[in-house]
Design a protein around this ligand. Structure first.
Ligand code: SIN
Length: 336
């Protein structure tokens, strides 16, 4: 249950967050939507109202949550802090009924750390950091942008920490985005495999998606995509990454950009990479975001992969995408 934006409550001086206050939130939020001011007239404190308005509902047992009762355009500092701690807990956060212009999306991105570099993808003329992800109803290609499991731009030296995707237009059904939890993928490995992988680096490259022979751009006729004219540079990253905020180990490979292990050939690497890539997307490590116009989803590229589904032929889907700049991935327990 979520209230529409513009409810007009002044933010309280401090938050109260305990299970006792939190449990009745959906009920009170609904009553408040119908009768604004009800809780105050019943004598509840301001900070109770504030608590009532924000509610977090998990999307699955693995990762992901829907945050209700938040207006991303008017975030108070303490709301932002709560969102940031929920982000570290749930890895994927979904906000419904937001009304964001491209400029608003960019301002939000700046507030979260500032935009990352986005090579290959053309942005909006007035907001180059905001990339439209569009598929028109009459496009015949079976592909959609992002329709293979990946973590965003891991071929970069400092890949983006997070991505924000805002739905402008969505099919009535289909076009969902799937996510997987790479902490859980690491934890599912045997101690022996964890130890072997923790000494390895992997080579990440944009070659399959944006190299001279890549065909992605031919499938996405309403997006502006520039391929490299020469073989793209590769980047070495640890196979077991330490999340910089939680210090937890993450299995950090993906089938789109990780092409082999350091000092090994692709043929030698692929049996183990295939095994790890399949493990990472086990159904029990995933969640699904169903989009509606006005949904904004933010995901943590340091510990998730995602995949758009191409199941909406004949329907239009338009999203706006930004990334937040990241830091160089560090190896778990190696310090380099
Ligand atoms: C992306 O991979 O960045 C976009 C995913 C989507 O459109 O669902």
């Amino acid at each position: 249950m979520s209230c529409s934006t513009g409810h007009g409550y002044a933010p309280p001086p401090r938050r109260v967050k305990s299970a006792d206050w939190f449990l009745p939130c959906p009920i009170f939020a609904g009553l408040e939507c119908q009768t604004p001011g009800l809780a105050q007239s019943l004598g509840f404190r301001d900070d109770f109202l504030y608590c009532v308005m924000m509610n977090i509902q998990p999307l699955s047992g693995a990762l992901g949550a829907e945050v209700q009762g938040v207006d991303l355009l008017h975030l108070e500092q303490d709301q932002l802090q709560e969102i940031e701690s929920a982000f570290l807990e749930y890895l994927v956060l979904c906000f419904r009924d937001q009304q964001l212009s491209p400029g608003d999306l960019l301002r939000l991105t700046e507030r979260l750390g500032g935009p990352g570099e986005t090579p290959y993808l053309g942005g909006l003329p007035d907001f180059p950091e905001v990339v439209p992800v569009v598929k028109e109803a009459d496009e015949r290609s079976p592909y959609t942008f992002g329709a293979g499991w990946h973590t965003d731009f891991t071929f970069q030296e400092c890949p983006p920490d997070r991505t924000l995707l805002y739905a402008v237009d969505t099919p009535t059904v289909g076009g969902d985005t799937l996510y997987c939890n790479l902490y859980q993928a690491y934890e599912a490995l045997s101690e022996g495999m964890q130890a072997v992988l923790s000494d390895l680096n992997a080579v990440h490259s944009a070659v399959r998606a944006y190299g001279p022979k890549a065909t992605l751009r031919e499938h996405l006729e309403n997006m502006s995509i520039a391929n490299d004219t020469a073989e793209p540079q590769t980047m070495l990253h640890p196979v077991i990454r330490q999340h910089p905020a939680t210090a937890r180990p993450v299995l950090w490979v993906n089938p789109t950009y990780t092409i082999r292990f350091e000092k090994m050939t692709e043929a030698e690497s692929s049996p183990l990479l295939n095994y790890l890539n399949q493990l990472a997307v086990s159904p029990s490590f995933t969640c699904r975001v169903r989009w509606q116009p006005g949904t904004l989803t933010m995901w943590d590229n340091r510990c998730t992969q995602h995949c758009a589904t191409s199941d909406y032929a004949g329907h239009r889907r338009e999203m706006l995408r930004t990334t937040v700049a990241g830091t160089r991935p560090l190896a778990q327990g190696r310090g380099h």
